[in-house]
Design a protein. Structure first.
Length: 89
């Protein structure tokens, strides 16, 4: 006796179909991995030392050191100092 695919599909009720054991293991592994990553992230964030408030008397838009400003002709930002130029530029 052989059953075709359509016979099997008719015999199985769609509401009785579940993910089963493999689906549970995959979801459980993802949950455990997420919990471990969050724990590690919290440890790393606790190690970070930063000032929550700026120093009094200092404007946030004002540069910290005037020597850090680039001189005329120096590259600003992520521009390379030297190197090959593309023909388009």
């Amino acid at each position: 006796m052989t059953l075709s695919t359509s016979d099997v599909l008719l015999a199985v009720e769609p509401e009785d179909v579940t993910a089963g054991g493999i689906g549970f293991v995959v979801i459980a592994a993802l949950a455990v991995g997420t919990a471990l990553l969050l724990r590690s992230l919290n440890k790393q964030l606790k190690r970070v030392d930063f000032d929550e408030e700026p120093e009094p008397g200092r404007d946030a838009a004002e540069p910290a050191d005037s020597a850090s400003e680039p001189a005329a002709g120096e590259p600003v930002g992520d521009e390379p100092e030297e190197g090959p130029k593309s023909p388009a530029s």
